[in-house]
Ligand binder design. Structure first.
Ligand SMILES: *Cc1c(COP(=O)(O)O)cnc(C)c1O
Length: 237
């Protein structure tokens, strides 16, 4: 059930404490790990909660759902950034550029080109992340790691895109232990790929968007700069 604001605050406080403790174990400053509240399937009040609590950004999976919700939030939540984290079809690229502040799910050259063209036409440069299928999960979207360099070079050559970094989703395991093992392997792979691409292409790629409710700890250990969390804040979907 969707929580009352007081319950949301309890969960968010507990989550922040867990993030801080995990950062301490990893020798990291918690200020370098942003919390993205994933509001998909929840009412617009979820975004208002996030803003009121002091979070700066929310994540949505679907373009249309995000647009509707963004139109319903309270005036006090207007400063929230909206990030698209779900699969995007090229024919919705223009809508995504219009209504989102960043697209994390860019995983093909075709989509890149559509986004760049829309951003140019709308006069609104678009920050993006490249979504990489770093866990080689057939059930997940994301570019093959072997294609990442070509995708990055194509993106860097476009005038209206700003490439902030990489995003990934780890494969789900059959048991918590298996999920943890997949997460460790996937996040370490994304981190290594980022370091390699940053060196070879001479760009910082500062953002590593990885880690969700089930795999926060391995993500922080591997260098995540953005945790995308829905369930721990708003409950089961
Ligand atoms: C739904 C979703 C999340 C949040 O997952 P939780 O397990 O609810 O924390 C994070 N990232 C993406 C891409 C998602 O689709």
């Amino acid at each position: 059930m969707f929580p009352a604001y007081e319950e949301f605050v309890r969960r968010a406080n507990a989550l922040r404490a867990e993030i801080a403790a995990t950062c301490a174990r990893a020798g990291r400053d918690p200020g370098t790990v942003e919390l993205l509240a994933v509001t998909k399937t929840h009412p617009a009040a979820a975004a208002d909660y996030a803003a009121r609590y002091g979070l700066r950004a929310v994540g949505e999976n679907r373009v249309q759902e995000g647009i509707e919700k963004r139109g319903q939030i309270a005036p006090a939540s207007a400063q929230l950034r909206w990030e698209l984290i779900g699969h995007l079809q090229s024919n919705k690229a223009r809508l995504a550029v219009q209504h989102f502040d960043r697209v994390q799910s860019v995983d093909s050259e075709k989509l890149l080109l559509h986004l760049d063209r829309a951003a140019g036409e709308l006069g609104k440069p678009l920050p993006i992340l490249l979504q990489i299928n770093a866990g080689h999960d057939p059930a997940k979207f994301g570019a093959d790691p072997a294609d990442a360099r070509r995708l990055l070079e194509t993106a860097l050559a476009r005038a209206h895109l700003r490439i902030d970094g990489l995003m990934t989703i780890a494969p789900l395991g059959a048991t918590p232990a298996e999920t943890a093992a997949h997460a460790e392997r996937t996040f370490a792979a994304l981190r290594m790929l980022r370091d390699e691409l940053a060196t070879r292409c001479g760009v910082p790629l500062r953002e590593l968007s990885m880690g969700m409710t089930a795999d926060l700890a391995p993500a922080i250990a591997a260098g995540s700069t953005m945790l995308r969390v829905g369930t721990a804040l708003f409950g089961a979907r």
